[in-house]
Design a protein around this ligand. Sequence first.
Ligand SMILES: [Zn+2]
Length: 69
Amino acid sequence: MNIRCTFCNTPINLNREIVHAALDEMHDEGHNHYNLHCPRCRKTNKVSQKQIKRWAPTWKPGEKAEEKK
Ligand SMILES: [Zn+2]
């Protein structure tokens, strides 16, 4: 999963763990977007829950990864 920073156009790669952690966080905090920090310009990109869910169609609330560190 790749997303492009809206500020500096840097592609940011999101792996499955990040996507699931983002969905868990949104679910826990009741947000409908995820604040993704760009590694290059450090600005915050708001990614909608809808968009992230498309990358993790199997994610369900409360199903946290056991290997969470
Ligand atoms: Zn950026």
